[in-house]
Design a protein around this ligand. Structure first.
Ligand code: DGL
Length: 266
């Protein structure tokens, strides 16, 4: 039987899902978390759907073996490709991430919104459906963020490169008169400071993390799995990539001392 003290499992192709964990730690610090960065197999964004379903299944098995009571797919790409399969396969609640087209469409005054995401996210039926449903009166301009996940996963070093790359993606969206920019990949919020250097002040940037954390709380409550406030437990971190990289990233961006375990999942 599942009990409230079991951890929440979270995964992403790498350190992108830490943007979601950060919001979860703010909104539900009493929960226990296990985070798995599948960095050894990142990026997912250019892979086909079957590959992502395969990785998501291995990662979910790992998290369930460590007692996860709920799984957060903290990755737009994996949500689009795999959430339906995972929900059919496992008897545990899943919360996924989708590009925040609806709030952006509601807030747009120009009638044009930009979405920056991976190729696989744009191809997924989730995106097609969400964009179709919520953006009927609005023009949705899509842009693939090629190379951005790789830059983050390799240590965020060459800042001239990232400015140039982002400029190549954002300027064409600005030319379409967008006033809302939807970040459709959980890695991209780590680039917001660079984006702000390129975007006029009136452009609103949509990071889905706070809304995803609220949804996790709603699901926990409706499944009677919410851990009442009490003693908080330090999150555990695992990676299929380099533990040192994940530890440094967690220290710098979440201000936590992680001692990640390196695992092989193949
Ligand atoms: N953070 C993942 C997402 O939200 C990154 C995708 C990738 O690995 O390419 O889509």
């Amino acid at each position: 039987m599942t009990t409230i003290n079991q951890p929440i499992g979270i995964f992403d192709s790498g350190v992108g899902g830490l943007t979601i964990l950060k919001s979860l730690l703010q909104q539900a610090p009493e929960e226990a978390y296990i985070y798995l960065a599948d960095s050894g197999y990142a990026p997912y964004g250019d892979r086909d759907k079957e590959y992502i379903i395969h990785r998501a299944g291995l990662v979910t098995d790992f998290l369930l073996n460590r007692g996860a009571k709920l799984i957060v797919i903290a990755c737009n790409t994996a949500t689009g490709a795999a959430i339906t399969t995972l929900r059919n396969r496992y008897d545990v609640p899943f919360v996924g991430v989708e590009p925040a087209v609806k709030p952006a469409a509601l807030r747009s005054k120009t009638g044009h919104i930009g979405v920056l995401a991976t190729r696989q996210t744009f191809q997924g039926e989730h995106f097609q459906r969400t964009a179709g449903l919520h953006a009927r009166e609005i023009e949705v301009h899509v842009q693939e963020g090629q190379g951005l996940v790789e830059w983050i996963e390799s240590g965020m070093e060459d800042e001239d490169w990232i400015r140039q790359q982002l400029s190549g993606y954002l300027v064409p969206l600005l030319e379409q008169n967008i006033d809302q920019l939807v970040l459709g990949c959980t890695h991209y919020p780590w680039l917001i400071s660079y984006m702000k250097q390129l975007l006029p002040e009136n452009i609103e940037i949509h990071d889905p993390a706070p809304a995803v954390a609220r949804q996790v709380l709603r699901v926990l409550q409706s499944c009677h799995l919410y851990r009442s406030p009490g003693v908080s437990v330090a999150p555990q971190f695992y990676t299929t990539g380099q533990a040192g990289f994940l530890n440094r990233f967690v220290k710098e961006h979440l201000n936590l001392n992680a001692q990640s375990g390196t695992i092989s999942l193949s």
